[in-house]
Design a protein around this ligand. Structure first.
Ligand code: NAD
Ligand code: UD1
Length: 348
């Protein structure tokens, strides 16, 4: 069965492509490489011992390019191998950038999704797994977040994710017996495939914790700044629900297979481990497991930050029969292996 993976060259997309191919799916990837490199998918082939393009059909295109989207679906149909489902990762993901430039976030994340869903509908492809985010939950509720916890993003990035979820809800309501939709709300994906061949390769300066820690470990950044040690948490530093990117990738396969096996429906599902780790704990675990020092300094709190954000992942476990298998130690070891072997990410 053929699946379209938009944004498949990116961090989560490339790990999910690997899992999809392992499960026997044929994949078509659409990516503009706005925040990725085509080397990532060559590495996926390398991990699987495949020749390039043997299992992955690659299209360099913008998700907002309706003509290209249409051609992609039409070509697959002509080949008698139509696209039957979509995993939709393509989008922009920096909270700070979205505050500085909301229009581009609305255009890529919302308009891009709208165009994709229109073409899917036209080609009778109505199964979609969408990359949503825990950032859509409201600031007041932040521990053991359930799918029906208060919604209310506080930044344009989160608003675009919520808008796409709402659009999918409307589409489902209009054609209840047709669409199969999973909105996967990710918590904090970190780590890398254990081969060290693929991983997170941010194009600019990272602002999420894990790539910052690995770049400090490499000596590319002098020290790590901890944003506040006066939060109402066990050690005063911020707590998050870190999830291994391979567990996240496998969550996508479980969601897709659940949708394909069951009647049309729309699901909102948290993908997290349900366990919190503080910034200080993460630094200590990273240092211990990798035998490397992370120089750090305590700074003030970051604007808009939260003390603790942890998923209630019981719905994913019950409904998808998925559960995260990898520990925080594995996340730190695998993520460091990737960074150590590829200090410049996919560049060079
Ligand atoms: P990423 O930037 O590595 O991947 C996104 C991919 O989309 C990249 O390959 C990029 O080149 C591509 N892309 C961007 N704009 C595009 C466009 N206009 N047309 C076609 N392709 C385009 O990010 P990621 O961490 O892999 O995230 C994947 C998805 O998951 C995103 O939608 C993101 O918002 C969402 N998400 C990520 C996180 C996280 O912490 N990484 C958390 C929650 C949700
Ligand atoms: C951030 C975004 C969130 C997005 C998520 C994944 C904000 C306010 N939130 O969430 O919307 O969904 O990334 O992309 O930007 N930390 C430091 N020093 C640093 C960086 C981070 O101490 O230099 C701490 C933070 O205070 C936090 C933890 O590390 O406690 C994780 O931070 P980060 O990786 O940015 O993720 P989130 O804050 O969860």
């Amino acid at each position: 069965m053929r699946v379209l993976v938009t944004g498949g060259a990116g961090f989560i997309g490339s790990h999910t492509c690997l899992s999809l191919i392992k499960k026997g799916y044929q994949i078509v990837v659409l990516d503009s490489y706005a925040n990725s490199h085509k080397e990532s998918l060559k590495r996926v082939n390398k991990i699987l011992n495949l020749k390039n393009s043997e299992k992955i059909k690659l299209f360099k295109a913008d998700i907002r390019n309706e003509e290209m989207l249409e051609k992609l679906f039409a070509d697959s149909k002509k080949e008698n191998n139509p696209i039957l489902a979509v995993m939709h990762f393509a989008g922009l993901k920096s909270v700070s950038e979205s505050i500085q430039n909301p229009m581009i976030y609305w255009d890529v994340n919302f308009n891009g999704s709208l165009k994709l869903f229109k073409i899917m509908d036209k080609f009778d492809c109505r199964t979609v797994v969408f990359s949503s985010s825990a950032t859509i939950y409201s600031l007041s509720s932040s521990t053991n977040l359930k799918e029906d916890s208060n919604i209310g993003p506080n930044n344009p990035y989160g608003e675009t994710k919520l808008a796409v979820e709402k659009l999918l809800q409307k589409m489902f309501a209009k054609q209840k017996n047709l669409w199969r939709i999973a909105n996967l709300r990710y918590f904090n994906p970190i780590g890398a495939h254990k081969s060290g061949l693929i991983g997170e390769s941010p194009l600019g300066l990272p602002n999420n914790i894990f790539p910052l820690i690995t770049q400090v470990a490499l000596g590319m950044i002098d020290k790590f700044f901890i944003f506040g040690n006066d939060w109402p948490t066990l050690d005063g530093t911020g707590v998050r629900d870190y999830i291994h990117v391979m567990d996240l990738a496998e969550g996508h396969i479980s969601a897709l297979e659940y949708l394909l096996k069951n009647e049309p429906q729309i699901l909102n599902i948290n993908l997290g481990t349900g366990k919190g780790t503080s910034v200080m704990e993460l630094i200590n675990i990273f240092q211990d497991i990798n035998k490397i020092k992370i120089p750090y300094e305590i700074k003030g709190r970051r604007v808009g930050d939260l003390p603790s954000v942890i998923a209630d992942n019981s719905l994913a476990i019950k409904c998808l029969k998925w559960f995260p298998k990898r520990t925080i130690q594995e996340m730190c070891a695998d993520g460091w292996k990737w960074q150590k072997l590829n200090p410049n990410g996919f560049k060079n």
